[in-house]
Design a protein around this ligand. Structure first.
Ligand code: C5P
Length: 232
């Protein structure tokens, strides 16, 4: 797969989601369904968006014992999503079990990427809350290497980390990066942000963009602007 823009559909109902997606009459954007929308509407929302012709990143961030994750991933692969994810903190054994569960009888499977450390976690909370003393950057790279070793396809990370992750895990290892804002846009609660053009330069494979598109006066124009800066 080449570079693409993934729209984070952070809505709390199918109604609001379809009101938003109905604005896109031409190209069908790649969309991300997160916990909010999935917990509101269940697997039906995944099937409906898929039936409309969109690619789907199902962002449920699994983290449990290997057997539970394996069985849950088997269910998600039957939903025919294109990408899903888990927490690398669940260990290599959990990630290997996830790949097994996700692989369909014909050998195909959705892309599987790992969350290393959430971007809401900083060095201080890692040290005080999790008793992890190593520097955050080192932990992120170590978790990314564990994900690669487990057979995963990539990680969710800050665009600012994408270059270093490619250096350590290979150019083909995918970096999926939220925290994207237009140069003239509002940052909201994101702290370390880059523009779509910078994310392209640093080497992100996919950017995940929510509010700069969903809250824009003209969401289709905002999406096209992301495509023009990041893909074209
Ligand atoms: O609206 P905004 O562009 O900030 O949305 C970014 C999306 O990416 C949200 O769905 C958010 O939950 C998700 N995300 C993030 N940072 C991470 C992982 C996921 O912003 N580290």
């Amino acid at each position: 797969m080449g570079k693409d823009v993934i729209i984070a559909c952070d809505f709390d109902s199918a109604e609001k989601t379809f009101e938003f997606l109905d604005k896109f009459t031409g190209k069908k954007p790649f969309v991300k369904i997160g916990m909010e929308l999935y917990y509101a509407e269940g697997p039906a929302i995944v099937r409906e968006i898929k039936a409309r012709g969109h690619k789907i990143f199902l962002d449920l961030k699994l983290h449990d014992i290997p057997t539970t994750v394996k069985k849950s991933m088997a269910v998600l692969s039957r939903l025919d999503v294109d990408m899903c994810n888990l927490h690398a903190a669940g260990t290599v054994r959990m990630m290997e079990a996830a790949i097994e569960g996700l692989t369909r009888p014909d050998g195909s499977r959705p892309l599987l990427i790992a969350v290393t450390q959430l971007t809401s976690t900083d060095g201080e909370s890692m040290k005080n809350d999790l008793l992890i003393d190593r520097p955050l950057d080192e932990v992120v790279i170590h978790y990314a290497k564990n994900a690669a070793r487990s057979g995963l396809d990539g990680v969710v990370c800050s665009p600012l980390e994408a270059g270093k992750i490619h250096e350590n895990c290979g150019e083909k290892f995918l970096t999926v990066t939220p925290g994207v804002r237009f140069a003239d846009g509002d940052k909201g609660d994101q702290k370390r942000v880059t523009t779509p053009a910078e994310a392209k330069r640093i080497g992100s494979d996919y950017i995940v963009v929510g509010r700069p598109i969903t809250q824009a006066a003209d969401p289709v124009a905002a999406y096209e602007r992301c495509i023009a800066e990041f893909v074209d």
